[in-house]
Design a protein around this ligand. Structure first.
Ligand code: NAD
Length: 480
C-alpha cells in the first residue's frame, strides 16, 4: 500500500520526497511505504486548514452534520476493506477489527454528527439588571495526534468532535499503523468534505508530530499516546498557551473481591487482559484478588488463558494476533525477563508463540500470567502494554486500594464485588478516571473519558470533547 498525505483535498507525496517502510507485524515483512513528512508539509496543511476555517465554522451545524453522516456511510460501505487493512497493518485479529475498531470509528463520527445538533451554551441572568450568555465558538485550526493500538478508532474519536464543533484539522495517525487513516481520507474526499477542512499528514512523531505541536497557528492539540510523549508535547505547547488534551498511558488495576460472581470475573478479566494482545490502554494488567479466593481464581484464570489461541489474525479461532512491531515485542519480552528477575513465577506463556508458514517471522507472543510479585515492583508499576498480566493476593479492602493506587498512572480500574457499599467506597477512593464495576469496556460515548495522575489531563467524550474543541466567551448585556 502506497500511502499519501491528504492536504487541501488532494493526495500528495511529502515535499522532501522521503518515505518510511510500513510493516505487516503478523508476517514480519515490509508491505508498503508512507510519507516521512516534515515541517514544510505541516505548513501546507495548516495553510489549507486556515483557508477552510471561515466557511466551515460558519456553516450551519445541520450541514456540517450531514457531511459527517456521509462519511459514516462511506465507512460502512467500505467496512470490510477497512477491517482487513486495520488487521494487516496492526497484527490484530480480523474478528476484532470487524466487530470493534471499524464499527466504533463509524459510531464516533455518527455520535458527534448528532451531538452537535444538540450542543448548546448557558445563559445566566442577573434579575432586573443584565443577562449573560455564553458563546461556544470553534477554536480555529487544531491538531489531532493518535497512537497505533486502536488506529482508526482513536483517530476518529478526536477528529469527529473537532470537525463537528466547526474547527479545521491537521491530523497525524501513528506511523506504525497509518493504513486506515489513509483510507479514511479517501472516504472524506468522496463524502464531499470541503478541501482543507481535514488534512492528514503521515510520518514520524519527532518530525511531523512535533511540527504540529510547535506550529504557532495550531491553537489546540488533542493527543493520545505514551506518557513520555505527552510530557514532551506539554513542554512545547504549554508556553505557547495552547489548549491541550492528553490521553496517556495506564497500568490498570482489577480488584476481585471474594463475594464476586467468580465465573464472570474470570471470563471478563481474561478478556480485559488479553484483548488486542493486551495493547489497549484500558486493559487490566494488575489483578488483585482477595486472599480467600486467590487459589480458585488463579487456577480458573490460568486454565482459561491456556485455551486462548494465538496466530493468523484472519483465523476467527485465534483470540490473539501479533503484537504491533518487533521493537514492541522486544520491549514486552524484556518485562517478562524483569518479572523473573524480580522473583515472579510465570504460570503460563512467557515465550514467543510459534506460528508456522507465512507467519513464521511474525511478532507473536503467548498470553503470559505471572504471580509472586510485590505490588510495588517495576513489573507491577510500569506500563508494559502487551499480553502480560500479574496476579497478586490482598488481605483487606484498604490493602487492595493501596495496591491499586501504587502506580504513577490512573486511567481505568475494574472492580468485582456484589457489595454495593463496597463498590461506592472503593470507586470513590480509587485513583482512576474510569471505574468499571462487574464489567469491562462497556462504553457509552456520552461519558467523560480520561485519566488522572500520569494518565493524562482533560477528558474526551460527550460534551467534554465539544467543550474542549470550543472556546467559551461570555457576553454580558445590561438592561437598558
Ligand atoms: P507514542 O506516544 O509513541 O505515539 C503516539 C503518537 O504521537 C504517534 O502518532 C506518534 O508518532 C506521535 N509522537 C511521537 N512523538 C511525538 C512528539 N515528540 N511530538 C508529537 N507527536 C509525537 O504512543 P504509542 O506507542 O503510539 O501508543 C501507545 C501508548 O498510548 C501507550 O502508552 C498507551 O497507554 C497510550 N494510549 C492511551 C490511551 C488513552 O486513552 N489514555 C489510548 C490508547 C493508547
Amino acid at each position: 500500500m502506497q500511502i499519501q498525505n491528504y492536504i487541501n483535498g488532494r493526495f500528495s507525496d511529502p515535499l522532501n520526497g522521503q518515505f518510511l517502510d510500513n510493516t505487516d507485524p503478523a508476517r514480519g515483512k515490509v508491505y508498503g511505504r508512507i510519507p516521512a513528512s516534515g515541517a514544510e508539509d505541516c505548513d501546507l496543511a495548516y495553510e489549507a486548514a486556515k483557508a477552510a476555517f471561515p466557511a466551515w465554522s460558519m456553516m450551519p451545524a445541520t450541514e456540517r452534520s450531514a457531511i459527517l453522516m456521509r462519511i459514516v456511510e462511506g465507512i460502512e460501505a467500505r467496512h470490510e476493506e477497512l477491517a482487513q487493512a486495520e488487521s494487516t497493518d496492526s497484527g490484530k485479529p480480523l474478528w476484532l477489527t470487524r466487530s470493534v475498531d471499524i464499527m466504533r470509528a463509524a459510531a464516533n463520527i455518527r455520535f458527534f454528527a448528532e451531538a452537535i445538533l444538540h450542543f448548546s451554551a448557558e445563559s445566566h441572568a442577573i434579575p432586573g439588571q443584565a443577562i449573560n450568555y455564553t458563546l461556544r465558538q470553534p477554536i480555529g485550526v487544531v491538531g489531532c495526534i493518535s497512537p497505533w493500538n486502536l488506529p482508526l478508532y482513536l483517530f476518529t474519536w478526536k477528529i469527529a468532535p473537532a470537525l463537528a464543533a466547526g474547527n479545521t484539522v491537521v491530523a497525524k495517525p501513528s506511523e506504525i499503523t497509518p493504513a486506515t487513516a489513509y483510507l479514511f481520507s479517501q472516504i472524506c474526499s468522496e463524502a464531499g468534505l470541503p478541501p482543507g477542512v481535514l488534512n492528514v499528514v503521515h510520518g514520524l512523531g519527532g518530525n511531523i508530530g512535533k511540527a504540529i505541536v510547535s506550529h504557532p497557528g495550531i491553537k489546540a492539540v488533542s493527543f493520545t499516546g505514551g506518557t513520555a510523549t505527552g510530557a514532551e508535547i506539554a513542554r512545547i505547547a504549554a508556553p505557547m498557551f495552547k489548549k491541550l488534551s492528553l490521553e496517556l498511558g495506564g497500568k490498570n488495576p482489577n480488584l476481585v473481591f471474594a463475594d464476586c460472581d467468580l465465573e464472570k470475573a474470570v471470563e471478563t478479566s481474561v478478556r480485559g487482559a488479553f484483548t488486542n494482545q493486551g495493547q489497549i490502554c484500558l486493559c487490566g494488567s494488575r489483578i488483585f484478588i482477595e486472599e480467600s479466593l486467590y487459589p480458585r481464581f488463579r487456577d480458573a484464570f490460568v486454565e482459561k488463558v491456556k485455551q486462548l489461541k494465538t496466530g493468523d489474525p484472519s483465523d476467527p479461532d485465534n483470540f490473539m494476533g501479533a503484537v504491533v512491531s518487533k521493537a514492541h515485542l522486544e520491549k514486552v519480552e524484556s518485562y517478562i525477563r524483569l518479572a523473573r528477575e524480580e522473583g515472579g513465577t510465570v504460570l503460563c506463556g512467557g515465550e514467543r508463540a510459534v506460528v508456522g508458514g507465512e507467519f513464521s517471522e511474525g511478532y507473536f507472543l503467548q498470553p503470559t500470567v505471572i504471580e509472586g510479585l510485590s505490588a510495588y515492583c517495576r513489573t507491577n508499576t510500569e506500563e508494559i502494554f502487551g499480553p502480560v498480566v500479574t496476579l497478586t493476593p490482598f488481605k483487606t479492602e484498604d490493602e487492595a486500594l493501596e495496591f491499586a493506587n501504587a502506580t504513577p498512572y490512573g486511567l481505568a480500574a475494574m472492580l468485582w464485588t456484589q457489595d454495593v457499599s463496597r463498590t461506592q467506597r472503593v470507586a470513590e477512593k480509587i485513583q482512576a478516571g474510569i471505574v468499571w464495576v462487574n464489567c469491562w469496556m462497556l462504553r457509552d460515548l456520552r461519558t467523560p473519558f480520561g485519566g488522572v495522575k500520569q494518565s493524562g489531563v482533560g477528558r474526551e467524550g460527550g460534551w467534554e470533547a465539544l467543550r474542549f474543541f470550543t472556546e467559551a466567551k461570555n457576553v454580558c448585556i445590561k438592561y437598558a
